[in-house]
Design a protein around this ligand. Structure first.
Ligand code: LMR
Length: 396
């Protein structure tokens, strides 16, 4: 029966991460996967997470099933985090939030749900985007197209082309947007540009789906949710997938949420019931550990403040690494001006390296980047930044 099964290609991101682990070179640098590492090159265990885990272990609670939609204190905490505690959306209860298996799980549940609602489901993603956006929506039965975003010539967003494209989309097309810290480019829309995107989505009856996997890594938790809050103010229905993998350094716990903003509390209840059906048929109900940690922090003012500080520390270290890499490349006498790295946001930088140059980086220097030229600046540190700059200069 499996004679017909062909070998699937390695995942463009996770496949590289696996290859990195088996690379014997001491000097190797992993800039492929979106994981924040400390100055010591380690994935951090945040203090708030450590403290909460200790308390959970001491409490010794049994491992029961969670409700299909997750821990209520978690989902309400998520709403306050993404919309702001005083948001009208939260107060009027017109949003349905379910716990998910990371941001990917939220996208998948949202896509599966939408596929049951739309007749001929179509979605568009930014060009370029995180590859899994396409895979997830296609696997849910969507026809997936793209809208112009990053302009390779200028290194900026081709906003007029993006807007023009959105204006030409059919009603009910799902528009997948990166709420902040665009993956892979690190180039974000301004709040003024977001206002125009909201207007087009409203006028054309499009369905915005905002993916926010890096809240807190751009300018701050509230600032990074600015786009979501503009959509919330507009009154139109939209989706938000959010992840705590990066912001809590809880990658392996697979903890995130899907939120669907509806027009009324009554509508949100109906939507919530359908989301639960989608989850039940997929994986029954969500895992508990990550949700217990996140809800404990989101609902305790002291822990919440401590988490804000942790995030600030990560954000500032990434900014410093951007600066150090740009400086090191200048010092190396790189032919290209890399100062744009400092203007980008979040964990990633689109380095403008070609696939051939990326391949050479890996083969000759053990520096791993994604084929598109995306590098994870959050994995740089003072010990590897000069080596990385030297390698980049060599392959240019
Ligand atoms: C990334 O883009 O590197 C991360 O979001 C990890 C992943 O799942 O691809």
């Amino acid at each position: 029966v499996f004679d017909v099964v062909e070998m699937a290609p390695d995942d463009p991101i996770l496949g590289l991460n696996e290859a990195f682990k088996t690379d014997p070179r001491k000097e190797k640098v992993n800039l492929s996967i979106g994981v924040y590492c400390t100055e010591e090159g380690k994935v951090p265990l945040l203090k708030v997470v450590e403290q909460t885990e200790k308390k959970l272990a001491e409490a010794g609670a049994p491992h029961t099933y969670l409700p299909i939609s997750g821990i209520p204190a978690f989902t309400s905490g998520v709403q306050k985090l993404i919309f702001g505690p005083d948001s009208e959306v939260v107060k009027t209860k017109r949003a349905a939030t379910v716990q998910s298996l990371g941001g990917t799980g939220a996208l998948k549940v949202g896509a599966d749900f939408l596929a049951t609602v739309l007749k001929n489901p179509e979605a568009v993603v930014s060009a370029p985007t995180w590859q899994n956006h396409v895979a997830i929506f296609e696997s849910a039965g969507f026809k997936v197209g793209s809208y112009p975003y990053y302009d390779k010539k200028t290194g900026e967003i081709d906003f007029p082309a993006m807007l023009e494209c959105l204006k030409g989309l059919k009603k009910d097309t799902v528009v997948i947007l990166h709420a902040c810290c665009h993956n892979p480019t690190g180039v974000d829309l301004t709040q003024e540009q977001w206002a125009q995107v909201v207007e087009v989505c409203r006028d054309k009856g499009l369905i915005p789906f905002l993916d926010i996997a890096y809240q807190g890594f751009g300018a701050g938790l509230n600032e990074d949710a600015g786009s979501i809050r503009q959509f919330a103010d507009s009154g139109i229905p939209f989706f938000v997938s959010n992840s705590f993998s990066k912001s809590f350094s809880l990658y392996g716990e697979r903890i995130g949420a899907l939120t669907v903003v509806c027009k009324s509390e009554e509508e949100a209840k109906r939507v919530n019931s359908k989301l639960k059906s989608v989850i039940r048929a997929n994986y029954s109900n969500p895992p508990a550990h990550g949700a217990k940690i996140v809800s404990a922090v989101l609902n305790d003012p002291v822990l919440l403040q401590q988490w804000h500080e942790d995030l600030k520390g990560m954000r500032e270290r990434i900014k410093e690494m951007r600066h150090l890499l740009a400086e090191a490349l200048k010092k190396e006498g790189a032919k290209v001006d890399f100062s744009f790295i400092e203007d980008q946001h979040g964990m990633f930088s689109f380095s403008r390296l070609t696939p051939e140059q990326v391949q050479r980086l890996k083969d000759e220097f053990g520096v791993y980047a994604v084929k598109s030229g995306r590098i994870c600046v959050a994995s740089l540190n003072k010990a590897n930044v000069a080596y990385t700059a030297k390698a980049i200069k060599e392959v240019l």
